[in-house]
Design a protein around this ligand. Sequence first.
Ligand SMILES: [Zn+2]
Ligand SMILES: [Zn+2]
Length: 203
Amino acid sequence: MNKNSNNSNNNYINQITETKCSEHEKEFEYLCFTCNSILCSKCFFNHYKSNKDHDVESIDEIKKNLNNLSNNDYSYLNNSNHNYKTDNYIQNRINYIWTSIKRLSYQYTSLGDKVTEISNHFEKLHQFLIVEEHRLKKPISIDQDTVKEDLDKQLNELKSIINIINFNNNNINKKEVELDDDNQVKSIVEDTTDLYSISTINS
Ligand SMILES: [Zn+2]
Ligand SMILES: [Zn+2]
């Protein structure tokens, strides 16, 4: 809360529970709106030495102004075009803060609207890109399926031919083995047809 690091006073307005300054044992007499602190006469003297430009007001004066304020009509706060001029610090601050809150909440809303607008724009772009991606891919996928079908047919045919060759070779070997009077018959030519797949052909 304390915006001024030079100020060693720890009596902040929003934390105050006593009416006396614990450091100087004196009644509080002033408020500093700049560093949000409450000051006794000794605090006030020390504070003034290092913070001559701060907005300090006496508590008596503030009480008087608050009493005036509570007797006033608050309806002017709802009128954004009010030209309420006063010397009263608190009333001036209320006017300023109220105008500022309206301006900031308007800014906040319009920034939110911009974010939503950008989100909507990109949402449309995303949808368009998804549709476009699908549109471009679809005929290619169909072509790819057709090619795959042809490829499988050809591979199967090749496998069949190789199997026939192997079968034939095995039979020849078998006959040779029988001619050698060997009881152990084994396949000499291995089945290699599993090697014919798209991945092994392309690698
Ligand atoms: Zn101050
Ligand atoms: Zn003090």
